[in-house]
Design a protein around this ligand. Structure first.
Ligand SMILES: *Cc1c(COP(=O)(O)O)cnc(C)c1O
Length: 362
């Protein structure tokens, strides 16, 4: 079986964990601080605040920007559910703008069409590891005085015109077991804004400014030192992981030349880190997307559909009046298919995938 995602954990991570266990310092200690500093260096921000999931990072980033009841946040319907749910957690309303057909990312024109008097923030998602058009998004945010909270949970190390994702607005990352770098569960908030960083630190730890002095309604979103120790090793390996993913993606795009398959495009100025390698399967492919996914799975290739139902069509959202039509998202959810490109996928695996897809579509 070639899984769609596979954590690359080696002896170094195992040693780092046992060192933490022996130290007796298990939560939000020196390893967490060290990981925060190293991650801030990667992204190029002054501050990084570690939390225990990407969802927690998104929730806290919104709260730190003062978003809550009555506010609206414009985001992508073509994402993992946690993106929009984090907005609901705060009492604000997610407002969905449609995506671009070429990049699967939220469209700047779509954002403009959704801005209203209650809009407080834009939450772009760098989907599959490809940065959104941050030039246009930052321009819109500046003109309309909106906060930007980047969902970079799939895009560690991706950059737009030379700047890392997570450095434009307030960045949110996940280190869940399937991501490009992992700590098991874990997350990070990145920012240059000291006030946002301070507030995020309080919110992740029961609203404490100092011990047992609670200024805000906070949460237990603390990261363990066990997770941070794994993260420090993974962060060192990230450039090598990304390079391997890009090589695998380029190899597939060079070989998958058949009617009915559109390989992913990389927008100009973007460094795409290929958290997912996602093709579009259209009618010219003989057996169709769902049948192709089944065929691949039968042959031991962990192809997956991300995501089969856009968020505004999910039962949780469609029930409560978020379900207006977003035609590009709805069309693409019926066409997308992701193939494994993680660092442990071999050249032989890639050739096998190509053979199965070409044979099935012809
Ligand atoms: C994984 C992911 C999240 C949530 O991260 P968790 O660590 O699982 O909470 C949010 N948004 C996107 C786009 C993701 O891929």
């Amino acid at each position: 079986m070639i899984p769609i995602a596979q954590p690359a954990i080696g002896e170094e991570e195992i040693r780092a964990v046992t060192d933490v266990l022996r130290s007796g310092n298990l939560v939000q200690g020196d390893k967490v601080k060290e990981f925060e500093q190293a991650f801030a260096r990667l992204v190029g921000t002054k501050y990084a605040v570690a939390v225990n999931s990407g969802t927690a990072a998104l929730h806290i980033a919104l709260l730190a920007h003062g978003i809550g009841n009555g506010d609206e946040v414009i985001t992508s319907p073509f994402s993992f559910i946690a993106t929009a749910n984090s907005v609901l957690f705060t009492g604000a309303k997610p407002v969905f703008a449609d995506i671009e057909e070429e990049t699967f990312n939220i469209s700047a024109g779509g954002i403009l069409g959704r801005i209203g008097p209650e809009t407080k923030a834009i939450m772009p998602v760098h989907l599959y590891g490809q940065p959104c058009d941050m030039e246009k998004i930052m321009e819109i945010a500046g003109e309309h005085n909106l906060a930007v909270i980047e969902d970079a949970c799939q895009a560690h190390g991706a950059s737009f015109k030379g700047s890392m994702v997570g450095s434009f607005g307030t960045g949110c990352f996940s280190f869940y077991a399937t991501k490009n770098m992992v700590t098991g569960e874990g997350g990070m908030i990145t920012t240059d804004n000291e006030e946002i960083a301070d507030k995020a630190r309080m919110l992740r730890n029961q609203g404490q400014k100092e011990r047992y002095l609670h200024k805000l309604l906070g949460y237990n979103y603390r990261m363990t030192d066990i997770a941070a120790a794994i993260g420090l090793v993974q962060l060192k390996k990230l450039p090598e992981f990304i390079k391997k993913r890009q090589e695998n993606a380029n190899y597939l795009s060079g070989k998958l030349k058949v009617d009915g398959i559109t390989t992913p495009s990389v927008a100009s100025g973007c460094e795409h880190v290929f958290h997912l390698y996602t093709v579009r399967v259209t009618d010219e492919c003989r057996i169709g997307r769902d049948e192709l996914a089944r065929r691949l799975n039968e042959k031991g290739i962990g192809a997956g559909i991300y995501y089969p139902l856009p968020i505004h069509k999910q039962p949780l959202y469609s029930r409560t009046g978020f379900g207006d039509s977003l035609p590009v998202s709805e069309k693409l959810s019926g066409e997308v298919l992701s193939l494994p490109v993680h660092p442990q996928v071999s050249r032989g695996d890639l050739d096998f995938m190509v053979d199965v897809v070409m044979e099935a579509c012809r």
